[in-house]
Design a protein around this ligand. Structure first.
Ligand code: MG
Length: 402
């Protein structure tokens, strides 16, 4: 294996994602449906990127899906420099051909190998990718197959049993299908030129050009998400594959002249106000930093510099909402937040429920997942001297393991 790896040609990975999911129904094509917090395509991109042997990942997309593709790519965390997209066509066969032509235009090596894979098969293992690559390097063209465990039957038009075909001769064909790049490109162009449009996969296209296709072992988990039940099965497979990240935040604002303070997005009457560039809400500022902390994305001052006049007097829910958007764009799912407000006055108790409800609304959490607590500091330190209010926040966010 080691010697054959060292002489492997360049390898491209073509993801077919241009379909509209007619069998699936619903507004969003199945490859963009959410699976454990990420679009299905993001899982597939991640799986392809896991193999260091793959140099280019090109996704063939529907022209209307550019924004969906970009969101999936961002959510996958895969380096954008390794990825590209091309517009697909009306059929799967067209979309593959257009993807292959796009690879050729990008200068992909003629002697390279290409793995062609359905976007809706997200459970692609590194071992499967390696089998496809080494199989294509050895045989020129390979497809993953599975034996059929169940008894097969043919039916008459009324649905009555006719016969039981010999299942030992039958295989289920999956993707990724792996080919020499120039051979599969030539076969697709020939089929297109001849007006042959009824191939259901790329092995069929190559076989139609008179070339042999060999088989390698497929994987049961490599099923294609076609129906709602498949999405539920995929969710079950990913359950337990979450990791939880914690974030913390801390913020202080000093008192100044005024008649109210903003705490957790709630206006709390007081004989002083808090001084700050925005609305000086230490609770929402601490929460914003806690959220950003789970994705290593700096802090509130980085994204909303106090030197920027557009944030003067800004309502701080803007900051928290943007932090939530950033976390969710990386596939994060908010689980809970907790905060403690440190001050001698005003009294927080009468406003606790309103603050909890406001934060729950801003973060789309149920109130039982939002902690709001308050304490004095026993008249010690700056909060004890009633010079300002401090807030501490923590959060827990679930991410699917990369
Ligand atoms: Mg602040």
């Amino acid at each position: 294996m080691e010697t054959s790896m060292s002489i492997l040609p360049p390898i491209a990975f073509l993801i077919v994602a241009a379909g509209r999911g007619a069998r699936f129904g619903g507004e969003v094509p199945k490859q963009y449906r959410e699976l454990a917090g990420l679009p299905v395509l993001a899982h597939t991109l991640r799986a392809a990127a896991r193999s260091p042997l793959i140099e280019t990942i090109l996704t063939s997309i529907h022209p209307e899906d550019e924004a969906r593709y970009q969101a999936a790519l961002a959510a996958s965390g895969v380096a954008a420099a390794r990825c590209a997209f091309a517009h697909g066509g009306a059929s799967r066969q067209d979309s593959v051909r257009l993807g292959l032509e796009a690879l050729a235009r990008r200068g992909f090596a003629e002697h390279g190998l290409v793995l062609i894979h359905d976007a809706a098969r997200p459970f692609l293992s590194e071992a499967m990718v390696l089998r496809a690559i080494t199989g294509a390097a050895r045989h020129g063209a390979v497809v993953p197959v599975l034996p059929v465990a169940d008894t097969l039957a043919t039916l008459d038009p009324q649905g009555a049993l006719l016969a039981n075909p010999d299942r030992s001769q039958i295989r289920i064909v999956q993707t990724p299908q792996a080919f020499g790049f120039s051979a599969i490109l030539a076969a697709h162009l020939a089929a297109f030129g001849a007006g042959k449009t009824d191939f259901t996969d790329d092995a069929g296209v190559l076989k139609g050009a008179g070339q042999p296709v060999f088989t390698i072992a497929g994987e049961a988990d490599l099923f294609k998400i076609t129906l709602e039940a498949d999405l539920a099965r995929a969710e079950r497979l990913l359950a337990g594959n979450e990791e939880f990240r914690a974030g913390i935040g801390y913020d202080v604002h000093a008192f100044a002249a005024g008649d109210h303070v903003m705490l957790g997005g709630v206006r709390v009457p007081h004989d002083q106000a808090l001084l700050g560039h925005s609305d000086a809400d230490p609770v929402l500022h601490a929460l914003t930093d806690a959220l950003l902390g789970t994705i290593g994305d700096g802090d509130i001052g980085l994204h909303f510099p106090p030197s920027d006049p557009q944030w003067r007097g800004a309502a701080s829910h803007i900051f928290l909402t943007e932090a939530r958007r950033r976390v969710e764009a990386r596939g994060g799912r908010l689980v809970s937040v907790d905060c403690t407000i440190v001050c001698e006055a005003p009294k927080i108790g009468p406003h606790r429920q309103a603050i909890q409800a406001m934060i729950a609304t801003l973060l789309a959490l149920s109130p039982e997942c939002v902690g709001v607590k308050a304490t004095t500091s026993e008249r010690l330190g700056f909060t004890g001297r009633r010079e300002g209010i401090a807030a501490i926040a923590a959060c827990s966010i679930a991410f699917i393991k990369p």
